[in-house]
Ligand binder design. Structure first.
Ligand SMILES: Cc1cc2nc3c(=O)[nH]c(=O)nc-3n(C[C@H](O)[C@H](O)[C@H](O)COP(=O)(O)OP(=O)(O)OC[C@H]3O[C@@H](n4cnc5c(N)ncnc54)[C@H](O)[C@@H]3O)c2cc1C
Length: 422
């Protein structure tokens, strides 16, 4: 029996923002392609985030160039469902060839001829090229130190939805990036007793001298930075668009009732140990905050901008007691903690992509998304080309570059020596 095989030039795997952006640029260049998505378009924004999540950046910034957020004030922070709706509407705008409910199980190089054989839940696809747009945050990571204690509810931030989901009792939130601080704040406001374990982080001001920090990062060229400063490669960034957007201020969170602690070291017989580094992490976060204010002030004076001074942005609240006398160990039962939320990030999963495009640590080998394996491209990965690569607007520019590279390769492949000229 012959196999029913769908053929296409470029197969894009995943229809989150990366897949939609990729499809737009391939469409513009008239490159035949297909996008397959195992769930729905932009599924991560619907079912992979907590209920109250809004975009971290304002609507004027966190979008694709070709469309504004319908019905949203440009300075507002759009709710996650609206973000998902936006990508559905955007894909519809140019009739993106997206097939949802199609999961890719494996992709292997064809033998003896160019291209790839892709096995999916809906049959076989053969493609000359594959763009992996399967997302930077695929597999929730819970560190191995997590206790084996069945009396505790343990959730990754990807599974957290709202305070009502949790049993009575206190909550330990591990990780103080954008997810951890927002979840801790929400739980504290809902009346829960919350401990927040704080690691290394950067925390920009939400706004300074009348401009959102996304604007400052833009004019200062920091979104385009090709790599984070050495030593800061894995430092998380604590920002929030919740309640109209505000600067993440750990001292304020503590004064509101959250107990801050250092990085979580481990668990032993119902006792959690924290490292003695809370004050260091908070002060390093302060330094990153102040560095942005300094860079903004310098930019304003150099360019003669008329933006209102904001000296109060440099005043910090007094250090809270939990910072000056940090808790080093905590008996979970005695503290009444019934839940641990691990806001400890994500890993990628390329187990389906069975090609020679990975290094010994199993990380994709690529330059700006063009992989070491001809015909394989990656999109949406952290620092793919720049700081902005995982963000909505940044992935659009990376997709444009990759589409251009695909067009260039197609030109080479279609070249035949012209035998009409003698
Ligand atoms: C809590 C949180 C908040 C964020 N907030 C913002 C923000 O405010 N602004 C911003 O710019 N960025 C934000 N980001 C970062 C980023 O924008 C999102 O993570 C975004 O979802 C990434 O888009 P993506 O298309 O690269 O990946 P995803 O949205 O994860 O899309 C990948 C798609 O691939 C599909 N897929 C995976 N494997 C397969 C397979 N084998 N076969 C078929 N399909 C497959 C998945 O179902 C998924 O739909 C946030 C991230 C997180 C975690």
């Amino acid at each position: 029996m012959t196999e029913n095989v769908i053929t296409t030039d470029t197969l894009v795997v995943g229809a989150g923002q990366a897949g939609v952006a990729m499809s737009e640029h391939l469409t513009r260049l008239a490159i035949p392609h297909l996008v397959v998505e195992k769930n729905r378009i932009a599924e991560a924004w619907r079912s992979g985030r907590w209920d109250s999540l809004v975009a971290n950046g304002p609507a004027w910034h966190d979008r694709f160039p070709g469309m504004t957020f319908p019905g949203s004030h440009p300075d507002s922070f759009v709710a996650k469902e609206q973000v998902a709706d936006y990508f559905v509407a955007y894909a519809d705008k140019f009739k993106a060839p997206i097939r949802t409910g199609v999961e890719v199980f494996s992709a292997t190089r064809l033998k003896g001829r160019p291209g790839f054989r892709v096995e999916t839940s809906q049959g076989i696809i053969e493609a000359q090229r594959i763009v992996s747009a399967t997302g930077p945050f695929q597999r929730p990571v819970i560190p191995a130190i997590a206790p084996q204690d069945s009396a505790l509810l343990q959730l990754h931030s990807a599974q957290y939805r709202n305070p009502e989901q949790l049993p009575d009792g206190g909550v330990l939130v591990v990780g103080a990036g954008s997810s951890g601080v927002q979840i801790a704040d929400e739980l504290n406001r809902a009346g829960k007793k919350v401990w927040l374990s704080v690691g290394a982080h950067d925390r920009p001001p939400r706004t300074y001298r009348g401009r959102d920090f996304v604007w400052w990062l833009g004019v200062l060229g920091l979104w385009d930075a090709a790599a984070n400063q050495p030593g800061k490669e894995h430092v998380t960034i604590a920002v929030s668009g919740a309640r109209g957007g505000h600067t993440v201020d750990f001292r304020q969170l503590a004064h509101q009732g959250i107990t801050l602690a250092g990085q979580t070291e481990g668990f032993h017989q119902g006792v959690v140990a924290f490292q003695d580094n809370l004050a260091t992490h908070i002060r390093t976060g302060d330094e990153s905050y102040l560095a942005l204010l300094d860079a903004a002030d310098l930019y304003i004076s150099r360019h003669g901008l008329d933006l209102p001074p904001e000296p109060e942005a440099r005043y910090f609240m007094p250090d809270p007691d939990c910072m000056t006398h940090p808790v080093r160990t905590l008996n979970l039962q005695q503290a009444g903690i019934s839940t641990i939320i691990w806001a400890t990030g994500y890993a990628t999963d390329f187990s389906w992509l069975k090609v020679d495009a990975f290094n010994q640590q199993n990380h994709p080998q690529h330059h700006r998304g063009v992989s070491s394996e001809p015909g394989v491209y990656f999109l949406g990965l952290p620092w793919l080309s720049r700081r902005g690569s995982t963000f909505i607007w940044g992935v659009w520019h990376d997709a444009k570059y990759i589409a251009d590279q695909i067009a260039i390769q197609r030109q080479y492949q279609h070249y035949r020596p012209d035998d009409t000229e003698a």
